[in-house]
Every structure is written in structure tokens, then in C-alpha cells.
Design a binder for this molecule. Structure first.
Ligand SMILES: NC(=O)c1ccc[n+]([C@@H]2O[C@H](COP(=O)([O-])OP(=O)(O)OC[C@H]3O[C@@H](n4cnc5c(N)ncnc54)[C@H](O)[C@@H]3O)[C@@H](O)[C@H]2O)c1
Length: 324
């Protein structure tokens, strides 16, 4: 897995330029991550501008001395960049992706927040217009060090995943941010499990899974009063028979980001891997792997803490690893 800067393989002395569209919660994190890299890995990437239609959000960035635009069309035309970070709300991703193609805006990589768009139909249109390597999606949980730990253990022990389960909950009741609902959250654990099972989507096989069952509940938890999906339970099938199931919610009081994987090694030993992300805070991740059987034994245990990260990295470490 290469990060974006590595993949774009800059020549010495030439750094990538970046523009961030949408500097709300997610976009501000990207701004901080790019600025962290700008400071700690000079010659890697440079923030050329930010853009937002919300004057308050834009002013916050402009106050730091970053060139600020209130119209992404103008920003992309006046000051083209290598890396376009699309961090607007899910429902607006499509407009930006369409505009870039329709107007032949030059770029080397679009880094889009997940999900790619808010509907399957729109995502299919985007997929038909772009090459696979044009867009990187910010499925950022992949960049947790506990995922790297698990993949190393899986490789060393020749593990085959046999079952996966997830619980991915947060409280977005009365949250003012525009959202298409909890599908925007459910995609995180599903993508992560598919990735850890070694099933990267490709142009030939864009969906390396089968959806078996999905049940969701629409409620009016959003601040604008419309009913949108607040909870969803999904069951998928991967690797011709491995069941992945779990729930995602935008309406629970507690935040929970749990994944459990069951696996078997070549000798038939059975394991259970418990992942706990962002508990209690962002970047506080832990992994426990237990060998099952009559005598259970913890065979791997590791945890990472935001407090141990270098200054300026806390809360953004996964994004920094994703970019560079
Ligand atoms: N990868 C992750 O872990 C993660 C975490 C949080 C959010 N997200 C994703 O990030 C995206 C943004 O979510 P958020 O929580 O930051 O929302 P937000 O509402 O805090 O921020 C979105 C920003 O985009 C701006 N915007 C909307 N339309 C625009 C336009 N046409 N031009 C310029 N700016 C525009 C809004 O004014 C707002 O400031 C969503 O797709 C969300 O799913 C991802």
C-alpha cells in the first residue's frame, strides 16, 4: 500500500501542490495534515489554497494566511493543483467530480472524502468517467497501526478470515452537517474488513463481495427534520462464503468503532482478533488476538495512544500516513 506522495513519485526539488475544497470538520483535518507534512517533510506537498462556501469556515483558514476561495470552479481554473482534496459533504462530491471532468481541469490525483458519492448511480457515473488511479478515497481506518499489526500477524501465521463482525456507532442527532445518513458511516468498517481480507476492489472486480441482506431505519434525527437512515444492519458475503455482518448507527449516545475477525491458520488453529478504534480518543487504537480452543491464549496485544504521537500529529496521524 503506497501513500499518495510516494505513488505520485515526485522528482527531487519538485513538491506536489494541493487545494482543499470544503474546510469543515474533515477538510480542516486535511489542512492540518498537509501543513504537518509541509513542515516535517519539506519538498513533499504544499497547500496552495482552500475553498468553502461557508464564510466563517473559510475565514478560519484565511486567518492562518492560506489563500482562500469561495468558489471551487474559480480556484480550480485560476490556480490548478496536483492534488485536489474534495472534502465537501457527501451529497456534493458528485458535482465537483463532474465539474473537473466537464471542464478538463488538470490534476494528478483527486483525494475524495468517503463515500465517493451519495448514491450508487452517481458512483457508477464517476467510475465510468475516471480511471481507477485518478481518485483516492479517504478510507482512513486502513492507516491505523493496528491494521498494519494485524496484516503482519495474518501473513506470518497464514491466516484465513472465516467470519467478521462490526459495530460502528456515533451520535449525530441534531448534527448540523449535511449527510445522506448512516450509509456514510457503515462504509468504514465494511471497507476495512474487505481490505483486511485482502480483497481490494479493482477495475475488473469493483465489488469483491455480495450483499446478502440490508435493513435500515429512517428517523428524523437530522437537524433539517427530514427522515434519513439512522441505523443500518448489513450482511455481506466475501471470499465465497465468509459472512460479514454488523450494525452502524448515527443515533447512539456512545461512539463505538469495533471490528471482530475470526480466522484459521494452516494447522487448523482458530483465532479471534478484536479491534477497538478511537477509544477513548482519536488515534487511541488497540488490537487483541486470542487463540481459541479449550485453553484460550492471548497471542498478540498492542495499543497506540494519541498522547504518544509527535506534536501536531495527534488526531491526524492516519490522514498523514494516507497522504505521505
Ligand atoms: N474519512 C473520515 O473519517 C471522515 C470523517 C468525517 C467526515 N468525513 C466525510 O467528509 C465529508 C465532509 O464532512 P464534514 O463532517 O467535514 O462536514 P462539514 O459540514 O463539517 O464540512 C463540509 C464543508 O464543505 C463545505 N461545502 C459544501 N458545499 C461546498 C461547495 N460547493 N464549495 C465549497 N465548500 C462547500 C461546507 O460549507 C462545509 O464547510 C463528508 O463526505 C463526510 O462523509 C469523513
Amino acid at each position: 500500500m503506497l501513500d499518495i506522495i510516494q505513488e505520485l513519485n515526485q522528482s527531487p526539488g519538485k513538491m506536489l501542490t494541493a487545494g482543499v475544497i470544503g474546510v469543515g470538520m474533515a477538510g480542516s483535518r486535511f489542512v492540518e495534515a498537509i501543513q504537518y507534512l509541509q513542515k516535517n517533510a519539506p519538498e513533499s506537498i504544499k497547500l496552495s489554497w482552500v475553498c468553502d462556501i461557508n464564510a466563517k469556515a473559510l475565514q478560519k483558514q484565511a486567518d492562518k494566511g492560506i489563500p482562500a476561495y469561495d468558489d471551487y470552479k474559480k480556484a480550480l481554473t485560476d490556480a490548478p493543483v496536483d492534488c485536489i482534496f474534495a472534502c465537501v459533504n457527501d451529497v456534493y462530491h458528485f458535482d465537483i467530480l463532474q465539474y473537473i471532468k466537464d471542464s478538463n481541469i488538470p490534476f494528478r490525483r483527486i483525494i475524495s472524502e468517503k463515500p465517493l458519492t451519495d448514491t450508487a448511480e452517481r458512483s457508477q457515473i464517476v467510475a465510468s468517467r475516471y480511471n481507477n488511479q485518478d481518485i483516492s478515497l479517504n478510507y482512513v481506518m486502513r492507516y491505523s497501526p493496528i491494521v498494519a499489526d494485524f496484516l503482519k500477524f495474518k501473513h506470518q501465521h497464514g491466516l484465513q478470515i472465516t467470519r467478521a463482525e462490526y459495530q460502528w456507532w456515533k451520535d449525530r442527532v441534531n448534527d448540523p452537517r449535511t449527510t445522506p445518513g448512516v450509509k456514510s458511516e457503515a462504509c468504514h468498517p465494511l471497507e476495512l474488513i474487505i481490505y483486511m481480507a485482502g480483497l481490494e476492489p479493482t477495475a475488473k472486480n469493483p465489488t469483491p463481495y455480495k450483499v446478502k441482506q440490508v435493513g435500515g431505519i429512517y428517523t428524523d434525527y437530522a437537524i433539517d427534520g427530514d427522515d434519513i437512515m439512522g441505523e443500518v444492519h448489513a450482511t455481506l458475503n466475501i471470499n465465497n462464503g465468509v459472512t460479514v455482518s454488523g450494525s452502524a448507527s448515527f443515533i447512539t449516545k456512545d461512539k463505538r468503532r469495533l471490528v471482530t475477525l475470526w480466522a484459521t491458520d494452516k494447522r487448523g488453529n482458530k483465532y479471534r482478533a478484536n479491534f477497538n478504534f478511537d477509544d477513548p480518543g482519536q488515534d487511541d487504537d488497540s488490537l487483541t488476538i486470542t487463540r481459541l480452543g479449550p485453553k484460550r491464549q492471548i497471542v498478540f496485544k498492542n495499543s497506540y495512544h494519541q498522547a504518544d504521537l509527535p506534536k501536531g500529529l495527534g488526531g491526524n496521524s492516519r490522514i498523514v500516513r494516507f497522504i505521505g
